[in-house]
Design a protein around this ligand. Structure first.
Ligand SMILES: [Zn+2]
Length: 429
């Protein structure tokens, strides 16, 4: 048994935001309350007591967008290293993407990811399967069978599904399976060979730009198709005002649509992109200041449902290439929470309650995962968070195999100091 005393507990599902004690037994939350009397716990056997005064206790975070790179790209990351990175960042459940080598588009590979995740025994790993075979955007995968093997949704993330009829069919199936289709909205023709957001900043750097419409045109299409089919749609990494307009319209119509935003799109803009550091190269690209402002508002007011990292590891060699040639993507599992705390929560741009709702409750609800709450009876997946702990982000400390993060060298304030999964301590800072 574990007795966490005087923690500031935030759990939106229970409407809790205040100092509480939490007691766990056999990997589950047993009690949550104020000043739990010791005699209520007399029967429990061995009891470990942790004084949590001045610390937050959060439900383990749920990251709906992670690239674990296994199978096939284990030089960047694998399920074990990605799981260690997750719990180090306070993430106890994660959804991983299908754009591996080979693509996760068949039962054997879905089962492999589920099995490796269980063997690792750290964060809970839930795979998305590809929506189309080989991510080619031509032929749908066997969605019902893949769902039975453990896929919690379907996505061609990494590229947009260019053919509208294929997307419409995927959403038809999503209605039957009940699993969301996660859309990486990117019109390939509009995106062209761009490497950062089209605009003043790209022009000043002499880099080819990706127009905001490359995302929002496809987002609008997918929102309309979700309306037509009644299928369940989730928009990945929303980064433009055009996409927000489509999202708002679809939600106002009562369609089954949710959306996520990545921390880097809330913290950085295209003006921050240095030509000499391709860790800032990400897809969708870092937004304009105006887009960033609108994304923050949309997250705060619930138009954007959730936060997700889009953790996308790449090797040093790949990222050492010139900006225009390096691959898109940045790591984020270990820095997301500290960066959000430092740049958004601490300055008052995002409330701690909304943070927990957006990064634990909502993703768990949307993908039907048993996670995201500290309700008695729930699994004791928990994060003890010290809002004043400072650490400088360094590659040496990373549990991830890759360290292509734009926050490298920055000192962040507010870190997870203990992470439990099912009552087991899986990380301690
Ligand atoms: Zn994507």
């Amino acid at each position: 048994m574990l007795w966490l005393k005087n923690a500031y507990v935030v759990d939106p599902i229970q409407g809790v935001s205040g100092v509480r004690d939490v007691v766990t037994r056999d990997g589950r939350i047993l009690l949550l309350g104020r000043n739990i009397p010791a005699d209520r716990l007399a029967d429990g056997g061995e009891m470990e007591v942790v004084d949590c005064t001045g610390k937050y206790l959060f439900p383990g975070f749920v990251d709906a967008h992670v690239h674990l790179r296994e199978p096939g790209q284990e030089n960047k990351e694998d399920i074990a290293s990605g799981s260690r990175a997750a719990v180090r960042g306070g993430v106890t459940s994660l959804i991983c993407m299908a754009n591996t080598e080979p693509v996760i588009d068949n039962q054997a590979l879905v089962e492999l990811v589920v099995r490796r995740g269980r063997q690792t025994g750290l964060a809970r790993i839930y795979p998305l399967a590809a929506a189309t075979k080989g991510l080619r955007g031509e032929e749908l995968t066997e969605m019902a069978e893949l769902q039975e093997c453990g896929a919690v949704g379907f996505s061609d993330d990494g590229r947009g599904i260019q053919n509208g009829e294929i997307m419409r069919l995927a959403l038809e199936y999503a209605k039957i399976t009940g699993c969301p289709i996660v859309s990486h909205c990117e019109d390939a023709a509009l995106a062209g060979q761009g490497v950062m957001r089209r605009g003043r900043a790209a022009a000043a750097r002499g880099l080819a730009g990706i127009p905001a419409t490359a995302e929002s045109v496809m987002a609008a299409r997918d929102v309309l198709l979700a309306g037509e089919t009644g299928g369940r749609l989730h928009l990945a990494h929303v980064s433009t005002r055009g996409t927000l307009a489509a999202l708002r319209a679809g939600k106002a119509a009562g369609w089954d649509i949710t959306a996520e935003v990545n921390p880097h799109h809330l913290i950085l803009t295209d003006e921050d992109v240095p030509l000499t550091n391709s860790s800032f190269k990400v897809n969708p690209p870092l937004p304009s200041a105006e887009d960033r402002e609108s994304l923050l508002k949309a997250l705060a007011d619930g138009t954007i449902d959730m936060l997700a990292t889009d953790h996308a590891p790449h090797t040093w060699e790949e990222k050492a290439r010139p900006f225009a040639e390096a691959p898109f993507g940045m790591t984020a599992l270990e820095t997301a929470l500290p960066a959000i705390w430092t740049y958004l929560v601490r300055p008052g741009l995002l409330s701690v309650e909304r943070l927990v709702e957006a990064f634990a409750r909502r993703p768990a609800e949307r993908f039907a995962l048993r996670a995201g709450t500290l309700r008695p009876g729930a699994a004791a997946d928990m994060v003890l968070f010290d809002p004043d702990y400072e650490e400088t982000v360094s590659a040496e400390r990373m549990a991830s195999k890759s360290a292509n993060t734009p926050f490298l060298g920055r000192t962040l304030r507010g870190f997870p100091i203990k992470t439990w999964v099912e009552g087991r301590l899986v990380f301690e800072r």
